[in-house]
Design a protein around this ligand. Structure first.
Ligand code: NAD
Ligand code: AHE
Ligand code: ZN
Length: 735
């Protein structure tokens, strides 16, 4: 089901439903329905607006009552849940409109901004009517139900259309005006039951003007805390204030004891005077802070009380609610997850975990890079569910690569902050997005920053010459998922960028399906993770990019994990001379152990290293040289020590922003070749599993790369310190 098909309301004939879809239309980001149903709390039919993001559009299926004449008709229509129960709860933000409004005002006047914002947040918006309307005490939905709803004609603050969100206790209002019960309990359970929307307490409330008042008093007055968040635009905070004549008029009419009675206190958020002063949010803020209630009040100059004000700022409120609803959903699913794991840990733990959290945001810990050169900060983040073509993974372990540090130090021209770094990891699939077929929950995968789309139309994936599939490189370089959005947000709901399409310094991450290399479970992930970057890159630079043949001479500059993998790869390729160059002699013993025949500390030479290698150590240079430092001067030296006539030098190291390589063209004219490699030229999803197999077979050992291990994502800064320490090849952090 493509997104388009998903969005297009399907027409099917199903059993009658206890509600009617009055209208359905596409809007930016999803579908907007108007739905009416018989309400038990108000005793009449109530209508509400419902915005559903495209990805959840199948929640509401519109049916057209066939009158048998082939014609189509609106009015009583029925709906059906797609595919049985609700494996995914759609969080919902309720929007309460003000006096004189109905269920359509918000959609008409602010929907153009609120709906796309809600779609981005993955939340539904519910727009109840502001009061009961029309006839009928019976509540069974047919129009001839008893006396009409009482109304105060000509008054906007009393009767039909007066959104006071109270449960009136005085007749004649007490029979129908039970908007507090309707909005705070009847409608939420109705939506959860029929559409799986707002379940598990994943609902929040906001509103404008009197609706803002309704939202504040409903949420702040609710001891059970069933609203995950509350906000309000230009709320009327103190309708019982002596100066607020229409507020008092309404309360005197609705509530026993009138505006000064105990009844009213439950419906009054604070204190006040004239129209804007009647709003008087400042007094509310003082009252709230006085009672220890955290509140943020944004005073916006020059705006009036109208919907212009609402639409100007509504998307900020939607983001605010989006973040808190996702956190609510995450904690709800984590609670469910805890239950299932305990029961089946003995059998297939992974599978169980996956089912429980699938489709829900997950709250977990991650190391967030907040600013260049700053230590990573351990934070709680929200990881959204995978969208179409995406995979959410539980990160079991992550090894630190120099490129993470290079980006954290602000040297990466594509570096973004805040972001979650990490790209050399071992993961277990937690859940998959729509259309994903190559991996499934429970699979062991290695995230790969050089994806492989395998499309027949992809000239890169179809060519044996390269592994540089560009399918998602654009968004990946901008720290985003292929659809241009991010799956990470912090505790304030602020988005966090992805990194290299991996972001594995988080307990959970979301990556593209085409970036998942599915591997055997036969190798512990804390070893397999090494094939996610450094080791594969070094081996591949020798085997794929340079195709080093037996008896070759090789020089390797920089003997970190990448350089040592080059040494190992060259020895396995049968190179006869392997010169290891580093400025840190601590790196020489492991290099020799892996096959280096010579080691040179270039910082101790009194001649340029290239003349030492080509001239002193060899007559004309080496057949192959590799830079594994990222230092452009070393890259030059590596080229210039390559053999006259045929030497090839391969750049592996990643240079800092603005650093460029140079040499005399004469070096190339005289037969040297300068090339580079990304991920060692390996086609990630095809080749990484094979590397893992060779490791399982024992023909490709990697244990020697793991010099440091740490436990818990929070110890990643220690791993960085270890890498800076000089004796570290790979620090594996186990989560
Ligand atoms: P590392 O920090 O562990 O190792 C770098 C080594 O270079 C260290 O041993 C250091 O002492 C040595 N060194 C530094 N300056 C030197 C100099 N002037 N002369 C000789 N030796 C010097 O890093 P790593 O994780 O092994 O990564 C190495 C490089 O490869 C980094 O630049 C990294 O960003 C890059 N990298 C590229 C790819 C790719 O696909 N192209 C993949 C992984 C890593
Ligand atoms: N963002 C840098 C480029 C960094 C870079 O070259 N990355 C390597 C992998 S390093 C892994 O540790 C790579 O794969 N490059 C190919 C690519 O498409 O990024 C910059 O200079 O902008
Ligand atoms: Zn790397």
């Amino acid at each position: 089901m493509t997104e388009e098909e998903e969005a297009a309301p399907a027409a099917v004939v199903v059993a009658a439903a206890p509600y009617a879809i009055l209208s359905t239309q596409r809007v930016d980001g999803g579908i907007y329905h108007r739905i009416s149903h018989a309400s038990s709390s108000t005793g009449v039919r109530m209508t509400f607006g419902l915005f559903v993001p495209t990805r959840h559009a199948s929640r509401v299926v519109v049916v057209v009552a066939h009158d048998g004449g082939g014609g189509t008709g609106r009015g009583v229509a029925t709906t059906k849940k797609r595919g049985g129960g609700w494996d995914v709860v759609v969080p919902a933000m309720f929007w309460l409109s003000g006096l004189t409004c109905d269920d359509t005002n918000f959609a008409q006047k602010a929907g153009s901004r609120a709906f796309p914002a809600a779609s981005r947040e993955g939340i539904a918006i519910v727009m109840p009517d502001t009061s009961p309307r029309g006839g009928g005490g019976g509540g069974d939905g047919d129009d001839d139900d008893g006396p009409p709803v009482p109304d105060a004609v000509g008054r906007y603050d009393l009767g039909v259309g007066a959104g006071f969100y109270v449960d009136a206790t005085l007749p004649p209002w007490s029979r129908h005006y039970r908007m507090r019960t309707y909005v705070s309990s009847e409608l939420p359970s109705f939506l959860e039951r029929h559409f799986g929307i707002g379940g598990d307490g994943c609902r929040s409330v906001s509103g404008h003007s009197m609706g803002g008042h309704g939202a504040l008093t409903m949420a702040l007055g609710d001891a059970s805390g069933s609203w995950a968040a509350v906000s309000a635009l230009a709320p009327i905070c103190n309708p019982t204030n002596p100066n607020c004549k229409w507020g008092r008029g309404a309360f005197d009419a609705y509530l026993e004891g009138g505006a000064d009675g105990d009844g009213a206190a439950a419906y009054d958020a604070t204190v006040l005077d004239e129209f804007l002063d009647m709003l008087s949010p400042t007094t509310f803020v003082e009252a709230a802070r006085g009672s220890g209630q955290a509140v943020t009040c944004n005073a916006r100059e020059g705006y009036d009380h109208s919907y212009h004000f609402v639409s100007a700022h509504v998307d900020e409120h939607v983001r605010f609610h989006g973040a808190r609803l996702r956190r609510k959903l995450a904690s709800a699913s984590a609670a469910k997850c805890a239950i299932s794991t305990t029961t089946t840990t003995t059998t297939t733990t992974t599978t169980t975990t996956t089912t429980a959290t699938a489709g829900r945001p997950i709250e977990c810990r991650a190391m967030v890079a907040r600013a260049p050169g700053e230590p990573l900060s351990l934070e709680t983040v929200i990881v959204d569910p995978p969208r179409a073509g995406e995979v959410r993974v539980r990160v079991v372990c992550n090894a630190l690569c120099h490129t993470d540090v290079y980006t954290l130090d602000g040297l990466d021209p594509e570096g973004l902050f805040p972001s979650i770094l990490g790209h050399e990891a071992g993961c277990v699939v937690e859940s998959v997005g729509e259309g994903v077929t190559s991996v499934s929950p429970g699979d062991h995968i290695i995230p790969c920053y050089t994806p492989q789309c395998c499309k027949p139309s992809c000239v890169f994936c179809q060519s044996p010459k390269t592994n540089l599939c560009p399918e998602i490189r654009g968004t990946q370089g901008r720290g985003l998922m292929p659809d241009g959005t991010t799956r990470f947000s912090d505790k304030d709901g602020k988005p966090i960028y992805h990194f290299m399409g991996c972001s594995t310094m988080s307990e959970y991450s979301v990556i593209a399906e085409i970036s998942c290399a599915k591997i055997s479970k036969g190798l512990p992930l804390e070893k397999a993770c090494l094939f996610g970057c450094g080791v594969s890159t070094g081996l591949g630079a020798v085997w794929n990019t340079c195709k080093v043949e037996p008896n070759s001479s090789v020089a390797v500059f920089g003997l970190g994990a990448v350089g040592l993998a080059v040494v190992q790869g060259a020895r396995m390729a049968g190179a006869s001379r392997i010169i290891g160059v580093d400025i840190n002699p601590e790196k020489f013993p492991p290099a020799v152990a892996l096959g280096a025949t010579d080691t040179v500390d270039s910082s101790k030479l009194d001649v340029p290293i290239q003349s030492h290698i080509a001239g002193k150590m060899t007559p004309w240079g080496v057949d192959y040289s590799f830079d594994c430092t990222g230092n452009v001067n070393v890259m030059r030296a590596a080229l210039e020590c390559a053999h006259r006539g045929w030497g090839t030098s391969c750049v592996i190291g990643v240079a800092a922003s603005g650093h460029e390589i140079c040499t005399r063209p004469f070096q190339l004219v005289t037969g040297r070749t300068w090339k580079g490699t990304a991920f060692g030229g390996f086609k990630s999803r095809t080749d990484v599993p094979k590397l893992v197999e060779r490791c399982i077979e024992g023909t490709l050992p990697v244990d020697h790369f793991i010099t440091h291990t740490f436990d818990g994502v929070g110890s990643t800064n220690d791993a960085i310190d270890a890498l800076h320490g000089g004796s570290c090849l790979r620090a594996v952090v186990r989560y």
